[in-house]
Design a protein around this ligand. Sequence first.
Ligand code: FAD
Length: 400
Amino acid sequence: MQRRQFLRQAGATLAVASTAGLAACAKQAVVPTPAAGGRACAAAGFLADGVELAPIKAKVDRITGVYVCTRPFRAAGPRIELERLGHKAIVHNYGHGGSGWSLSWGSSTLAVRMAQSTGVRELGVIGCGALGLTSALVAQRAGMSVRIYAKALPPDVYSMRASGLWTPDSRICDAQHAAAFAERWEEMTRISHAKYQSLLGVPGKPIEWIEGYALSDTPAGQSHTDVADEPEYGDFHERVRDLTPRSVDLPPGNHPFAQPYVRRYTTMMFNISTYARLLMADFLAAGGKIEVREFHQPHELLALPETTLINATGYGARALFNDDTVIPVRGQTARLIPQPEVTYGLSTRNLSMVPRSDGLMVQSFGETGNFNNSDVTPNRAASEAAVKQLADLVASMRRG
Ligand SMILES: Cc1cc2nc3c(=O)[nH]c(=O)nc-3n(C[C@H](O)[C@H](O)[C@H](O)COP(=O)(O)OP(=O)(O)OC[C@H]3O[C@@H](n4cnc5c(N)ncnc54)[C@H](O)[C@@H]3O)c2cc1C
């Protein structure tokens, strides 16, 4: 209710601020004219450059699923290191917080380099999520023969429940450990980014660049996105500013949104269903083998035929290797029936919509109670509230 009041208020403020300019707007988007006070005006539902933003059908009866998983967060950043276990070399590659897809190729490249240092040609990879699959593929490219062992395969792994955005520094370490981790993070980020460019233009669009709109009632930089019961996280985006196009602030009259501050961003999106299938298909086509198997204790790994293993068990590493440094950070998304005509993302301080080909992913954030919370029971009511909030945003957009 409070939110609705806010939206109405924001809409009214915008209307008052821009009445003169908007009166001059035609149905079609136009370029700046003297009559419009020199300002570009967008037709309802359009941006000033004539791009139409297709209406989002944000309705709770269009929810196709509510998904919960835990981000495997480590304060010091992911564990990528070689450990000896009896006669085996175990290369750990886990603990990627909210950045597992984004950093996967870079992290797995570092892990495979360590595995190669043992001189073996046969590699076992434990885990078949984002990190296991990319470890296996990087190793195959390096000439190794690879077998994946995992208790679950896509689509039944946590990685499949991610939002699907390029977020390489999302909950990847805490602020205290940021300086020590920064260089390694940058290397992983740059390797991953380069790999993703080679996956563009592939049938089914596993990876796409999209535009999105960040809506706010306060100027950029004044919103508070920290979550009260979570640590301050490492923030590295300045180190890789050259990798993504700059965001652009859109003045009122240049967009159909009710919010006074609108920033257009450009980012990579992972269509995770298509993308995971592509990774699996590439792995199998290159002769990769998969064995469905669960391990309960590290010593069970000693019986495997491969002498070098990459451990990409994600949150599972906490139990398997008794590693309490892996903290679960719960996250929930709702998926709406796909709308191929919706090609843009939306975000506010506490809501995000990602326009994936397998459905519109709606996620609310900013709430407390997720840190160190391993409960993966879906909370349908929370997702319905997020979809209703999205519906309010959509309803407040000017349309012809
Ligand atoms: C709501 C939400 C949104 C997110 N959005 C994004 C995003 O937009 N972009 C991004 O980059 N990241 C995002 N993430 C983070 C990302 O999902 C994780 O970092 C990533 O999935 C971790 O991948 P993983 O391969 O390490 O783990 P998993 O996907 O959990 O895979 C682990 C594998 O190991 C296996 N395994 C585990 N334990 C055992 C065992 N004992 N024996 C045998 N096999 C075992 C599992 O079966 C599975 O195959 C998001 C996370 C959440 C929660």
